[in-house]
Ligand binder design. Structure first.
Ligand code: TNX
Length: 544
């Protein structure tokens, strides 16, 4: 009888705590440990904050900006440990990005050991508040007090790199949109903004030394030199000019904005293929005049590849790298390397000569030569290489810290991990958010790797088929990709991204054993959606 009573009591405790967590843990991505407590904290215009860590100031400011808009006041500075205070305390024992957050009835205590840790504690805290706190429109009727459920959180990320790619080449997105995109990533503890800046359909980064890259390469439409691509989705209306690029000042502004949110910016200059915009702007530097090769890319763009046999190619690209390093402090630059079309370089006398002098046997070896040279250029400018998986499938000469992004399927990443190569997992079947959610002619998005609904995305476990030993040195993180051929407007881009970015953030941040679709669904389709709505982010609102 006694045994039954104990079991019954234990079950009751479990149920009560499950239920309590059910209603109070609304955080995305799910924290490593969340213990609900039975009270709440009320934030009001008498709430103070105390900080013993300059590293916390950035996070405090983030909260203050939102409070000012929605509550009409800011927290005043005060003393540690006093009731109605938020304490930001440095804890040297916590790892990079880790934090603890304790909300009790009379105070809130945040501990971290890095700018990122304080920031993540703050966004978790804000997710416990009414979703309206996320709105960027000043409230006409400021909300005076904010209730937060008491809880105790210990949190740290699963992966070091938690990335999201935005393709601003196929379709241009404004500076304001790019900032919003980064802010929303940061709200969900993603920390690597992969900025696809160049492609066949547009060159979007100002390069002072080569002004034609943007004068010619950032415009398509009537009266321009850059031809429209074959696919209508990338083409837009025939009679309309599609143009836009980011000035160097705008880029610096975006990088600084991202840094305040603990987001690093990884610029991508996609070479040698996917470069129609660049070769249209500077054919004399980037194409062999005697090249008789005629080929089209998988996206049906003709002759879009920079010639690997020309000396001027490497001079040009080194100058680009030089300018890129002045804009992006991040230690890595992404150099593309995907989808070199069959037939490219096959009739280029310059490449033929290169093959003789360097004793290269085939086009694959030419590609490897090209990236080995690019790796040397990056090394000279104190940068390391990220590239699409194709770049390291055969090349053994690249530096060990080169990171590849495995996109063609999970198998590609598994293979790289087994070779102990550094890899970011971005399998198209799960994490390409340019794919349709469900197969339907009414849905935006590509179909080639999908459909991928939010639950499909959520089901991905990057290390499922890899031994712990191989995971260690190899898996750097996970990445979602939002290509924009099928996203001609911000609203469509947002619809494709959300709620799938919720799934990504949880794959990237939360321990696999803590992840569970039903619990995720409750948070994502409950408070998660309300947070999106308070920011007027368009999104899909069913899990299918
Ligand atoms: C493949 S993924 C591409 C992109 C397209 C995308 C469309 C990769 C490295 N290349 O150029 O935009 O598919 O889903």
């Amino acid at each position: 009888m006694k045994v039954f009573a104990v079991i019954f009591f234990a079950l009751l405790v479990c149920l009560v705590s499950l239920n309590a967590e059910g209603s109070t843990n609304v955080i995305i991505p799910k924290p490593r440990l969340f213990i609900p407590l039975d009270s709440h904290f009320l934030l009001n215009d008498q709430t103070h904050y105390y900080s013993d860590a300059p590293l916390a100031l950035n996070a405090v400011n983030y909260l203050q900006e939102h409070l000012l808009l929605q509550a009409g006041y800011k927290l005043k500075t005060g003393q540690s440990g006093v009731p109605n205070t938020i304490d930001y305390l440095r804890d040297p024992d916590l790892k990079q990005e880790a934090y603890t957050l304790d909300v009790t009835a009379d105070k809130i205590v945040i501990r971290a050991n890095s700018q990122a840790g304080f920031f993540y504690a703050t966004v978790s805290l804000m997710q416990l508040m009414d979703p309206v706190i996320w709105s960027l429109h000043k409230s006409d009727v400021p909300r005076k007090s904010w209730m937060m459920p008491s809880c105790s959180i210990e949190d740290a990320p699963r992966f070091q790199w938690r990335g999201m790619m935005l393709d601003t080449a196929r379709n241009f997105f404004s500076v304001a949109y790019v900032k919003k995109f980064i802010d929303r990533m940061a709200q969900h503890k993603l920390n690597l903004f992969h900025w696809h800046l160049t492609d066949d359909e547009g060159w979007r980064i100002e390069i002072k030394k080569y002004p034609l890259l943007t004068q010619i390469g950032a415009k398509r439409g009537p009266g321009t030199a850059l031809p429209f691509s074959f696919y209508p989705a990338m083409r837009g209306p025939k009679d309309k000019l599609e143009e836009g690029y980011y000035t160097q000042d705008e880029i610096r502004e975006i990088v600084a904005y991202a840094a305040k949110r603990s987001v690093n910016v990884l610029p991508e200059i996609d070479i040698p293929a996917h470069a129609k915009a660049a070769v249209t702007a500077y054919p004399e530097l980037l194409q062999d005049p005697n090249d008789k090769s005629r080929y089209t890319s998988i996206q049906k763009v003709s002759n879009n590849t920079i010639d690997a046999g020309l000396e001027s190619t490497y001079v040009f690209l080194e100058n680009i790298v030089k300018e890129v390093t002045t804009l992006f402090p991040f230690e890595y630059i992404h150099l593309g390397g995907d989808e070199i079309p069959k037939g490219a370089w096959s009739k280029s006398p310059a490449v033929e000569k290169l093959m003789q002098t360097e004793q290269l046997k085939n086009i694959q070896e030419v590609q490897d030569y090209f990236f080995t040279e690019m790796d040397r250029i990056l090394a000279r400018h104190d940068r390391k290489m990220v590239a699409w998986q194709e770049v390291r499938e055969h090349n053994t000469a690249l530096r060990d810290d080169t990171i590849i992004i495995a996109w063609r399927g999970n198998g590609a990443g598994v293979k790289a991990a087994k070779k102990q190569q550094k890899v970011i997992m971005a399998p198209a079947q799960y994490l390409y958010f340019d794919q349709q959610y469900v197969k339907s002619s009414g849905e935006p998005g590509h179909t080639w790797a999908g459909p991928t609904d939010t639950q499909d995305a959520y089901s991905y476990d990057p290390t499922a088929q890899i031994s712990d030993e191989d995971v260690k040195g190899s898996i750097q993180g996970v990445h979602g990709c939002l290509w924009s051929e099928r996203a001609p407007t911000e609203a469509i881009a947002d619809y494709l991204a959300w709620p799938r970015i919720f799934s990504l953030s949880e794959i990237a941040w939360s321990p696999q054993k803590e992840r569970n679709w039903d619990d995720f669904k409750r948070r994502a389709f409950g408070k998660g959606m309300q947070r999106l709505e308070s920011q007027t982010i368009s999104h899909r609102d069913t899990s299918k």
